[in-house]
Design a protein around this ligand. Structure first.
Ligand code: BJW
Length: 242
């Protein structure tokens, strides 16, 4: 792969870096994305399942979707893109990974400075008591699963119309405001508030690099958009910048 020399310079000169990832980074690990060809489960779109309204009207259906995804995720391994991002931590004095993914693959790859801004699919929350804990049973023997107290359990993830975890959002925003480089990888850039992060970074003078298979709304403000598979582009880009 041939890269523009100024793109490589940006990677070499950066001191404070934020990487924002979306489901596209895990597609090469066998985890489906939300939109596009991959994004349908049965006849449902993510927007129809990832809501409290959907859960209240049909918890079994929503849990069936999560149980299916939990199964895929439990068998998935990090790909070269996850591994390069884990390596990035030790190169930059300031580094934060903000992932919208709930699959835990970044942690499996070794990332430590990470914010899982939409939660984690292995975690569940009691609808009555609010307590959260890891539910490792896979597949689940009972759909929908219930808490010891008898109440319904829900996946501890962020659905449409719900607030993102306050601390996670604040950490992400603080790092973005002092970053000199923000890199997005495998996100369509349509789901807020994360979709606003590249603009926030531009507003405080940072450079923005996008890696995606296709152009997205982020492309119009990015300094560079590199089209291709994250698992192929990131290792090449990283090697070229060493
Ligand atoms: C590759 C590749 C490869 C493929 N290599 N690339 C305006 C301002 C602010 C808010 C809103 C607004 N308008 C509407 C809202 C509300 C809403 C929203 O954003 N809606 C939009 C759809 C318009 N946002 C919310 O409700 C959020 N909360 C909120 O704003 O709270 C405040 C509030 C409260 C009450 C009322 C109003 C405001 C919460 C959003 C929660 C999103 N949750 C989900 C599910 C998480 C749990 C789960 O996993 O089940 O998060 S939905 C889904 O979308 C998931 C993802 O994290 C998220 C983003 O998707 P992502 O990761 O970008 O995936 P895709 O599929 O869209 O894209 C994949 C990309 O990868 C593609 O571009 C491919 O090309 C690429 N790709 N393979 C590189 N190999």
């Amino acid at each position: 792969m041939n890269f523009d020399p100024s793109l490589i310079e940006i990677l070499q000169d950066a001191k404070s870096v934020v990487v924002v990832t979306g489901s596209g980074i895990s597609s090469e690990s066998g985890v489906p994305t939300f939109r596009g060809e991959d994004g349908l489960w049965k006849t449902y779109r993510a927007e129809e399942l990832a809501t409290m309204q959907a859960f209240i009207s049909n918890p079994e259906l929503v849990w069936e979707w999560y149980d299916w995804r939990r199964g895929l995720i439990s068998k998935a391994s990090p790909n070269p893109a996850h591994k390069i991002i884990a390596e990035m931590e030790s190169r930059y004095p300031e580094f934060l990974l903000v992932t919208q993914n709930v699959d835990g693959l970044h942690r499996k790859a070794g990332s430590k400075h990470i914010v899982e801004i939409h939660g984690n699919i292995r975690l569940v929350r009691c609808m009555e008591e609010g307590k959260e804990f890891f539910l490792e049973e896979n597949p689940l023997s009972q759909l929908p699963p219930t808490c010891d107290c008898g109440a319904l359990l829900r996946p501890a993830v962020v659905w449409f119309g719900e607030m993102l975890p306050v601390e996670a959002l604040a950490t992400a925003q603080e790092h973005i405001q002092k970053a000199d480089l923000l890199i997005t990888v495998g996100t369509s850039g349509v789901v807020y508030p994360v979709a606003h992060f590249p603009m926030l970074a531009k507003g405080t003078g940072a450079r923005v690099i996008e890696i995606n298979m296709e152009r997205t709304p982020i492309s119009s403000i990015a300094d560079f958009t590199v089209l291709g598979k994250a698992g192929e582009v990131l290792p090449e880009l990283w090697k070229a910048s060493l």
